[in-house]
Ligand binder design. Structure first.
Ligand code: FAD
Length: 349
């Protein structure tokens, strides 16, 4: 292990991927996290979906990053002796008259076509209301984020890498080439603190656009349907027999865990128009996605404080993006590799 370690602040999907990447490379690190019961990463459904959004667009880098993410999570499953990444087909049903037209243009693109399993998926009309058809995606699924995060934390804790505390940046002594925190010197401190970075004095210039979301845990008899089904909202059958249903979107810089009643009512109404069988809601929770304008992920060193680094902007795609983005940041910090210009924190402002 390297005697001049790395300090990671935050153990969400970002900080956890960084920790694993350092563990893989044999570089010593400390991860500081306050162990909140509810965070963006703990609330997330963990969906891996190639084609998303109102415009039915293929996520950038999806093919390459999914391959990297699956390899990354499967290897962690082997180390931890658990399963947390699950393959699931995902059916997107058209919710208005514009979507079939848009889809006709999109599916002509061979890059999009590579993720389509069927343009004529089946459904059980006793369970779902479908009016306009849809398409079924392959290479989709979900990460059980809570299991992955908790098991990773236990693993790193047993190795003595975890400090549970509320990190206060005023305790960090920063100079040009290193930082010192609670008596230990680190070559770099990486802030992986999610949406809260928007309020941090060192990062308040980054154009954050945090997006709160409410997600439901529920039960319903879907007549054996195990695919993820979407029509305005998504319904995801989980391994444990429950469903995750989501999600709302509202820009929010505070009250991260407050469920917005109006948005929640909209979600229930969308669900009612999609699922015909009774749905029993077991839990509802809200958290804030760390999004940056133009849905950008930003990584790299702080422009004025080179011993401080940053990984943020995972938005609604932390499951897919964190394995690749953590690798890119650490190659930059440890090997001097260039960052992709579009992701470079100091190059973008
Ligand atoms: C409702 C909802 C549904 C979602 N669904 C999906 C999905 O289906 N697929 C997907 O890929 N993504 C989804 N996401 C988004 C995904 O959760 C995010 O991309 C991801 O969680 C971001 O991870 P992060 O590590 O950057 O941030 P966070 O999860 O916010 O982690 C930051 C960590 O830092 C800690 N921290 C912050 N400040 C301090 C401090 N001062 N001291 C100590 N600790 C600190 C926090 O406690 C937290 O543990 C969803 C998010 C929400 C809210």
């Amino acid at each position: 292990m390297n005697s001049h370690p790395i300090l990671i602040i935050g153990q969400g999907l970002a900080g956890t991927a960084l920790a694993w990447r350092l563990w893989e490379r044999g570089v010593s690190f400390t991860i500081v996290d306050r162990d909140e019961a509810l965070t963006s990463s703990k609330a997330a459904a963990g969906l891996l979906t190639p084609i998303t959004g109102m415009r039915l667009t293929l996520t950038e880098h999806y093919g390459a990053w999914l391959g990297e993410a699956l390899k990354f999570y499967r290897q962690k499953e082997r180390v931890l002796g658990l399963r947390f990444v699950h393959s699931r087909r995902h059916v997107r049903w058209f919710k208005n008259d514009k979507e079939p037209q848009r889809w006709a243009t999109r599916m002509a693109d061979p890059r999009v076509n590579a993720f389509i399993r069927s343009n004529d998926p089946t459904f059980d009309a006793e369970v779902f209301s479908v009016e306009r058809g849809g398409f079924e995606m392959k290479h989709s699924g979900y990460l059980d984020t809570a299991t992955y995060l908790a098991a990773s934390r236990r693993f790193f804790d047993q190795l003595g890498h975890v400090v549970t505390t509320d990190f206060d940046h005023r305790e960090l002594d920063v100079n040009a080439s290193e930082v010192t925190w609670r008596g230990t010197t680190y070559r770099v401190a990486i802030f992986a603190t999610g949406w809260e970075a928007a309020r941090h004095p060192w990062f308040d210039w980054v154009p954050f656009l945090p997006v709160r979301g409410t997600i439901l845990t529920a039960r319903a008899d879907l007549h054996g349907e195990h695919r993820i089904m979407s029509k305005g909202c998504w319904v995801m059958p989980r391994e444990d027999g429950t469903l995750r249903i989501g999600s709302t979107y509202e820009v929010a810089f505070d009250r991260p865990n407050e469920v917005d009643p109006a948005k929640l009512a909209e979600l229930h109404e969308t669900l009612r128009r999609f699922v015909k069988v009774p749905v029993e809601v077991l839990d509802q929770r809200a958290a804030v996605r760390p999004s940056i304008e133009h849905q950008r992920v930003l990584i790299g060193r702080h422009p004025g404080k080179p011993a401080i680094a940053f990984l943020n902007g995972l938005g609604s795609k932390g499951t897919l993006q964190s394995p690749a983005v953590s690798r890119l940041l650490l190659s930059h910090l440890l090997d001097g590799a260039s960052l992709p210009p579009a992701m470079d924190l100091s190059g973008n402002f």
